[in-house]
Design a protein around this ligand. Sequence first.
Ligand SMILES: NC(=O)c1ccc[n+]([C@@H]2O[C@H](COP(=O)([O-])OP(=O)(O)OC[C@H]3O[C@@H](n4cnc5c(N)ncnc54)[C@H](OP(=O)(O)O)[C@@H]3O)[C@@H](O)[C@H]2O)c1
Length: 323
Amino acid sequence: MRTRTIGNLDVSAVGLGVMGFSHGYGPSVGDDEALDHIRKAYELGCAFFDTAEGYGAGHNEELLGRALAPIRDQVVIATKFFLPGPLSPDELHRQIRQHLEASLTRLGTDHVELYYQHRVPNSIPVEDVASVMGELITEGKIGGWGQSQSTADQIRRAHAVTPLTAVQSEYSMMERMFEAEVIPACGELGIGFMPFSPLGAGFLSGKYTADQSYTGDDVRRVITRFDPENVRANQPLLDLLAAYAEAKSATPAQISLAWMLHKFDFLVPIPGSRKLECIEENLGAAEIDLTDDEFNRIEAELDSITIHGNRTDADIAKLQNMD
Ligand SMILES: NC(=O)c1ccc[n+]([C@@H]2O[C@H](COP(=O)([O-])OP(=O)(O)OC[C@H]3O[C@@H](n4cnc5c(N)ncnc54)[C@H](OP(=O)(O)O)[C@@H]3O)[C@@H](O)[C@H]2O)c1
């Protein structure tokens, strides 16, 4: 697997988001199967794993910690904390440490390479968070830090206090809003960009049809991209991917990941799957090279395609009130 250097981290060019084993996509496989898949991902060359304290109320961190225990020194672990605020600087300091210690215990490790603020609320000054992160880096508890779904302004202000290693936000052929300000800011400041939902919650694999149904905590019950009329209306995007997949002896999911890897050399996607064959497929995208001409043609065609539907935190919050 090719690698990329993000700040002080050397990571595989494609990582693995393990969230789905505990949270967000309906009933998962059992823990034994999940442990097996995570270890096989490592054997396939993946050395960068993404989790969060919030995925399955700690289950996901415990699972990842168990899976990676024998190879802890060979991998990069990213996890995340969330605090809604408002909090005084002292209380913020205390609570971030408390959250980190709990994550480290669940992960069975004494440090993580990357620690993200999962959402960046205006009620907590980014400078205060950055200052705590600087202390944790100095103490060796975290290798670097990042923000998720932050604005360019929040990134710049935080970076001025303690340089960010990475920003993790939604980015795919279906959601390109961060191309306007956030990704350019990351490029300018030397911050890595780690797209979440890089496959548009699976849509870009081309394996989901308009009549598919979703259960439990599966976000596709509420994100409007999966409304049947939007699935049908977004077919031109799948047609574009299918054409390049055929020409490159690849799959649509691989082309969509190869496109973003070509576009930004400081980007590392973290697709997630509970199926070994899909994990292998997604990791394989690191080896697909688009020529500049292919990339430019895809860009031009993308610009001419209208995307229907969205994925918002407000939509996802609606799941809490559904059976
Ligand atoms: N910072 C944040 O707020 C945030 C938010 C969301 C996610 N994340 C992180 O980002 C990671 C990835 O995001 P994501 O899981 O939302 O989206 P994603 O990687 O775009 O898509 C995941 C979904 O697509 C399916 N899938 C994946 N690869 C596939 C393939 N090759 N063929 C067919 N289906 C495929 C998976 O189903 P199966 O499991 O059934 O294969 C799963 O339902 C997560 O694991 C998590 O670590 C972070």
